[in-house]
Structures are given as C-alpha cells and as structure tokens.
Design a protein around this ligand. Structure first.
Ligand SMILES: [Zn+2]
Length: 414
C-alpha cells in the first residue's frame, strides 16, 4: 500500500476527548473514526487489524469444531419475548418499530435467533453435540460508552454456541473452549497478562469464566490468589473471601478489562423454546447449551492498551496492519527507484508493506511511523544506498541496524 493513497490522516496532537491511551492512539494514527458516542468507523488501517484478529479467532474456533454461520442482526419482538429478555434487557435493547405496528430488536446477542434454527435440525441424541459460531455486529445501548472501542454501542463479536445431550459433555467441551480462548489471547500478544477469571455462573452452573486482561485503564478488578495463582472476580471475592480452589486468603489485586467470557447456559434458553431431543433411553430431554464470546474491537483496543509507548502503538506481528513500514527519506530518482524495488520484492514474497512515498520531512515520517506502530521500519536513503544497505529498526526495540538490501528478506523471514 502506498501511504500517499491511504485513506487516513494522522494527528500528532493528543486528542482532548480521548479517555484512554487506545482511544487516543487509534484515533490519532488513523485506525478508527468516531461517528458519534460509542459508534466508530474502522478506517483501512483499523480494518486490517480487525481482519487479522478475526482470522486468529476463526482459526481457533474451527480447530475446536466450530462451524461458521451468519445470523441476522434484525430480530422480531416475539423471539425476545419468548425468553423474557424483551423486558429483562430493556435498558440496553435497541427496540424499533417498522412500518405499521410490528416491533423489532437490533440483536445484542444471538441465542434467540439461533435456537429456532436448531429446533429444525436437532431431533435425536445422534444430532448432538454440535458447535456453531458467527462473527457479526451486535447492538447494546450502553449509557457508559467510553474508552474508545473498549465499550461501544455497536460492536463486532464472535460468539460460539455449543449444544449437548448432557452436562458432562458440556463440561468437557467448556474446558476445550477455555483452552482455545487462551490460545487466541496468546496469539494476539496479550497472553501473559490475560487471566482466566472465575465469575459467578448464574443459575445453571456455580461458575462462569471471564478472560480479564490486566491494565490500569480497566473498569473491573480481579484478585489473583498468591498461593495457587487462579484469578477470581469481585463478585466471587465478595461472596467468599477465601480462594475457592486452595482456600488461600491472600490475593494480588489488579485492574482489568474483560476481553472474553464463557458461560454454561444449561437449559436457560433451550427450555423456553422447547428445544428437545430424544435420548438413547427414548426419553425427550432439553438440550444443554454453552456460549462463548469475544468482542473484536474490544480486543483490538486492549492490545493497544497493553502494547504502546509514549510515541505510539507497538503492534504484535500477528495483528499488525502491515509487517513492514518502508520509508523513503529523499525524493531523488535513485532513492525512489531503490524503494520501489524493495517494495515490489517484499510484495512478491507476500510480505505486507506500507510504503511511505510522500513528500514529507524524515522527522515527520519517523514520528508518524512510530505512531502507527508497524513492527519493522525499513529506511532507504542516499547514505544507506552508498553501501547497498537499508536501515532496519524494530518498533519494539531502540536499536537501528544497517543491513544489506539483499538481506532484507532473510531478516524478515524467521
Ligand atoms: Zn488459591
């Protein structure tokens, strides 16, 4: 991608309304643009990151047997009345009237739309278990939208739903899904600071699990047991001040932001829809369900909270919009030609490159490069070309090294 053609505008000044580092940096570097409170456009840079996060999540969902579907965002009032959530979630539901008197909901989650489909497919224990997921927009009328894309009214979520014949099968799959979540956060670069955290489980299970990333901006507080290392959330700590696993009483307290959650739903949603199957013993039983969510924009914001410095974002390679930021510092034909050659050679090897071909000062280009946060910066100038070299710098390190033009590919390819 030529930077001169990229649809964005960087801003070197800290924005006044940003209330978190990720909000400030993602806005200033041209990743996102706010349309109104809690509603954002992902500009090309932001959309590339979002797609990378989506790929990591999709891959890990497929590994645990998830089949991808796409459910609608527009739901009828009737399915939401069926589960009682038309009233129970009144505070956050976007309800609307169509032409005439028919009422609708913009979906905040998708149990209500999935179960009517499942009813047409599940009849026998032979039809179970199965796992489906989708990556789709959701809407919640959050009053406290803040921190940029960490808490929004419209957001993209992956949710996986599992359907089982019995509790033991759900319990087993739940642990498989938890492991997949740990892999997703590890591959997204936040594995070391993300804690599987015991949370209250509602009516069908003693516990659910939140995946909480430790960060000072976090609105949640988690408690890490000093003896056995498990994390529990505030609710669990309030109900029972000792560790539920080892009975330890000393905890380390951390602020955190929730980047994922998994629940054992049991028959909470299958019962109102009368979603049943005939078991091996010829008895009709309610299907047992689990659900597993991750907000993609939230995860993107969390990664920036975890990985930045005072100059800008430091993307992990796995989610970065480009791997290489190629910077041309002089506007003469020789340097331009050398840059174009590097640009083409890297693209031939399927390495994603943002090429700063603009007529700007080196200082401006470097500052913007640090703000955007692409993992490798390659600088081409007359000085480096004299010795057939380029300057190579990793965004996460301070060291600048000269490497031969011919060695660029070897350097980038691990
Ligand atoms: Zn413990």
């Amino acid at each position: 991608m030529l930077q001169s053609k990229l649809f964005y505008k960087a801003n070197k000044n800290k924005s006044a309304e940003a209330d978190s580092v990720s909000h400030d940096l993602l806005t200033r570097a041209g990743y996102i643009d706010q349309l109104m409170a809690g509603v954002y456009t992902f500009l090309p840079l932001g959309f590339l990151v979002l797609k990378n996060i989506e790929s990591i999540i999709r891959k890990n969902m497929e590994v645990i047997g998830g089949q991808e579907i796409l459910m609608p965002v527009l739901h009828s009032k009737e399915i939401w009345q069926k589960t009682g959530r038309w009233d129970a979630l009144n505070d956050i539901l976007f309800k609307m009237k169509g032409n005439g008197e028919k009422e609708y909901v913009l979906a905040p989650t998708h149990e209500e739309s999935l179960i009517p489909s499942a009813k047409k497919i599940i009849f026998s224990y032979r039809d179970l278990p199965f796992y489906v997921f989708h990556i789709q927009l959701k809407f919640r009328d959050e009053l406290r939208t803040k921190s940029g894309i960490l808490r929004t009214k419209e957001f993209i979520m992956k949710d996986l739903y599992s359907f089982h014949a019995n509790q033991a099968d759900l319990d087993k799959y739940y642990e498989v899904a938890a492991k997949a979540y740990e892999k997703i956060f590890k591959e997204s670069g936040i594995g070391k600071i993300t804690y599987r955290t015991l949370a209250s489980g509602g009516s069908f299970s003693k516990y659910s699990d939140e995946f909480q990333m430790a960060t000072e901006i976090g609105e949640d507080v988690i408690y890490i047991c000093k003896k056995c290392g498990i994390a529990i959330n505030k609710e669990i700590k309030a109900e029972n001040p000792i560790c539920p696993k080892c009975q330890g009483a000393e905890f380390e307290e951390k602020k955190a932001v929730e980047v994922g959650n998994i629940f054992k739903l049991g028959t909470k949603f299958s019962a109102p829809f009368n979603l049943k199957f005939t078991d091996k013993d010829a008895v009709d039983k309610s299907v047992i369900m689990g659900c597993y969510g991750i907000g993609l924009g939230r995860l993107m914001g969390a990664i920036v909270e975890a990985s930045h410095d005072d100059k800008g974002i430091i993307w992990p390679k796995s989610v970065a919009p480009f791997l290489v930021h190629l910077i041309q510092v002089e506007n003469n034909i020789k340097v331009a030609k050398a840059c174009q050659k590097v640009y083409q050679d890297l693209q031939k090897e399927n390495i994603k490159v943002l090429y700063d071909d603009r007529q700007k000062s080196p200082g401006e280009k470097f500052a913007e490069s640090d703000l955007i946060g692409i993992p490798y910066r390659v600088v081409v100038s007359e000085r480096t070309l004299k010795i057939n070299s380029v300057e190579m710098k990793e965004r996460s390190k301070s060291k600048i090294q000269l490497i031969k033009v011919k060695q660029i590919l070897n350097f980038l390819k691990p």
